[in-house]
Ligand binder design. Structure first.
Ligand code: ZN
Length: 366
């Protein structure tokens, strides 16, 4: 039997083990992918701690949310995805059976899971038994419908960021961001926030106002487009005042909450007060405390508050195409590469919240 190396979690909160295990054989109709890069994100430490509501896969589990690689075995008789294709493996698994899946809305699946990560419900976690291969392994299997082709212009390291980029992209699209839009990003310096800035620039958004704590990242984001991007280091000025002033008292069309886990609700509440009439707030963050909203304000201002969870393969394909033509410039993401044996170090380093411009990657063939 051919072997492969994989990082496995034996017990929540414990370091990963690097094991040599059997290389998977794809089920009929599935692909075998040689993984080149797997993204490491700040939330991964929280997920593998097992302390939150997420339902972890059976242990020992191959973890790894966002992987990119090369197809090395494809089902016979189909030309759409073939051997040698560079792909992003969308880890979102839907049950295919619930009301939402049957109604053609798989991202609303009641029992979904993110492979190599967690199930949203105990039943969702069962889906992880069909695809027990996370991205921190040299090979994984995937249904052709779960992969997105990557053009040559997107590196494997950039492809391994697609999960967080896609989450921000879906939020921007739900808020109808585009030319003429003025948007605000809470938590601009984190992984989701930086992705939202890069994508918003590519989508032609007119003004991008954001705030966070990492001054260095804020300064670098401003230089990407000084006339379109404006930033505030939290604490330097009262947020509501700053946002009102920057929008000439009118407010923003869209507010995206990219809160990190455990962040405070107060700045988000201040920003909600600066939504333009008819404006939308989209939550993709991990705000841990309740957010006080004023229903009358939402009625009279015709405001919307909505959540957004993950994204579709169509979203991922659009991002890949934006990157192919240069509208989405992913070269601003600085890869920080670790070998598989260094995965625990990568998780320790990302705990220091280094900011979303760094792209933490485990390179499987390094
Ligand atoms: Zn479903």
């Amino acid at each position: 039997m051919a072997k492969m190396r994989a990082a496995r979690l034996y017990e929540p909160g414990q370091p990963f083990h690097i094991d040599e295990i059997e290389r998977p054989e794809p089920r009929s109709g599935d692909l075998l992918v040689k993984v080149k890069a797997c993204g490491i994100i700040p939330n991964m430490n929280a997920i593998v701690s097992g302390k939150y509501w997420h339902h972890l896969p059976p242990m020992p589990a191959i973890i790894g949310l966002d992987a990119a690689g090369v197809v090395v075995k494809a089902p016979m008789g189909r030309a759409d995805i073939g051997e040698g294709d560079r792909v992003y493996i969308n880890p979102f698994l839907n049950c295919g059976q619930c009301y939402y899946c049957r109604s053609g809305a798989p991202t609303l699946c009641a029992d979904a899971a993110l492979r190599g990560y967690f199930g949203f419900t105990p039943r969702g976690a069962k889906l992880l038994q069909d695809y027990p291969y996370g991205g921190l392994a040299e090979y994984l299997t995937a249904a052709p419908s779960h992969v997105v082709k990557l053009p040559q212009e997107v590196t494997f390291e950039q492809g391994a960021r697609f999960g967080y980029l896609g989450t921000s992209f879906a939020a921007l699209r739900r808020g109808a961001a585009g030319p003429g839009s003025w948007i605000a990003i809470h938590g601009m310096t984190g992984t989701l926030g930086v992705g939202a800035v890069l994508l918003a620039l590519g989508m032609g958004v007119s003004r991008i106002l954001g705030w966070g704590r990492n001054r260095e990242v804020l300064a670098r984001l401003k230089t990407l487009s000084p006339r379109r991007v404006d930033t505030l280091a939290l604490g330097d000025a009262p947020l509501k005042h700053w946002l009102r002033e920057r929008t000439e008292g009118v407010g923003v069309d869209l507010l995206i909450d990219c809160s990190g886990r455990g962040g405070p609700a107060a700045p988000v509440a201040e920003a909600v007060d600066c939504l333009k009439r008819g404006g939308v707030m989209v939550n993709i963050g991990a705000l841990a405390e309740p957010l006080a909203l004023n229903p009358t304000q939402f009625m009279t201002g015709a405001l919307q508050y909505r959540g957004s969870n993950w994204f579709t393969n169509a979203d991922a394909a659009l991002m890949a195409d934006m990157a192919r033509v240069g509208a989405l410039d992913l070269s601003h993401l600085e890869p920080r590469i670790y070998r598989l044996e260094q995965v625990n170090q990568a998780l320790a380093d990302i705990k220091q919240r280094p900011g979303g411009l760094l792209n933490f990657i485990v390179a499987l063939d390094a």
